[in-house]
Design a protein around this ligand. Structure first.
Ligand code: KG4
Ligand code: ZN
Length: 340
């Protein structure tokens, strides 16, 4: 089979990204223009600012991705773009750029679901990985346990009922005065703390549910800090960060392993920004190994939002014949199943 080169474009949140990927697995370039320095002044992503920054960056980022890959537009077989879920104004910038390129260059356009992209980041990191497997996708916007039946077939086994895991990390980091984005800051600080200093509550769902809920632990941490503040007692931020992280990772790990057991699968993959959390990687690996289950995850640069994962997911869609046309629109809330 001839090589297939996909240009991926991602702009669903605060990263403007473009990448060229060969055959869904080989990274030729990976360009990410992060807006973190701009949004951190506000303690989180400001949608209107994100859209404007994407517009300013998108053409340069695409040009740079081609240049770094050592290819031109004529070498590209198709353009893959995230069309949802995400911030609608942000998504529209990538979608419009991809549509313009597809029209001008007469190249096929492929629409990609952002979460499918996160899952596919593992195909790039692990060239032998093939479905079926169970994937935990934990990011700032999602916490899903997904059963990947095949390259294009997914079933959700569990999801958060309230906050996403990354959202909880960001919130607690803010309360602890650590800044945005909070995940990496809590991860680093927790290394100096005791994860059992405070036993924050673990939410019990109905017996057979693999869903998550992180708003309870978030509130418990905030109440704990307020109480100590009111009593004028100091507290050890590292202990709180470590204990909070332990509670979140406990839920993520136990539900994902339970999902793998139910499906009788021996491979768990993790993806999304929170997949770069060191405690999550360690706990998932240790607990899974006890049960003879392998755990795979991408390097941190492929965990957070990037366009390599979109090009990889776009490749599998492209070879199966999926095509979008000039009517493609951005969709802020896009379900994973039946999402295309
Ligand atoms: O996948 P991503 O870049 O964007 C979304 O699709 O949401 O994920 C960003 C999220 C943020 O909430 C960030 O705090 C979290 O991932 N994150 C982490 C770590 N690195 C990023 N959370 C915990 N530990 C980390 N090391
Ligand atoms: Zn994401």
């Amino acid at each position: 089979m001839e090589d297939v080169l996909i240009l991926g474009i991602e702009s669903s949140c605060d990263e403007t990204a473009a990448a060229v990927v060969k055959n869904g697995r080989e990274v030729l370039s990976n360009v990410i223009n992060s807006q973190i320095d701009i949004h951190k002044r506000y303690g989180g992503v400001v949608p209107e600012i994100a859209s404007r920054c994407h517009i300013e960056a998108v053409n340069t980022v695409i040009d740079e991705a081609l240049e770094k890959a050592g290819v031109t537009f004529s070498d590209i077989d198709a353009i893959a773009v995230t069309y949802g879920p995400g911030l609608v104004g942000a998504l529209l910038v990538g979608v419009s750029a991809a549509k313009a390129l597809s029209y001008a260059l007469k190249k096929p356009l492929v629409n990609v679901h952002h979460i499918k992209g996160h899952i596919c980041s593992n195909y790039v990191a692990h060239h032998d990985l093939k479905p079926p497997f169970v994937c935990l996708v934990a990011s700032g916007g999602h916490s899903h346990i997904v059963y990947a039946k095949d390259f294009l077939e997914y079933e959700i086994l569990g999801m958060t009922r309230d906050d996403a895991a990354g959202e909880a990390f960001d919130k607690i980091a803010r309360v602890l005065g650590l800044g945005y984005p909070g995940g990496p800051k809590i991860d680093a600080l927790a290394k100096e703390g005791n994860p059992h200093a405070v036993e924050f509550p673990r939410v019990k769902m109905a017996e057979d549910s693999l869903d998550f809920s992180f708003s309870g632990v978030k509130t418990a941490v905030i109440n704990h800090i307020h109480k100590l503040d009111q009593k004028g007692e100091g507290y050890n931020k590292a202990d709180i960060a470590a204990s909070f992280q332990e509670a979140v990772c406990d839920a993520l790990v136990s539900h994902t392993i339970e999902a793998a057991n139910r499906k009788n699968l021996k491979t768990i993959v993790i993806a999304g920004g929170v997949a770069s959390n060191s405690a999550l990687r360690e706990k998932m690996t240790t607990e899974a190994q006890k049960r003879g289950i392998d755990v795979l995850y991408p390097p941190p640069v492929l965990c957070t939002d990037n366009a390599v994962m979109i090009a990889s997911a776009g490749y599998y869609e492209y070879i199966s014949g999926v095509r979008a046309d000039m009517r493609l629109n951005a969709v802020a809330s896009l379900p994973l199943e039946g999402g295309k």
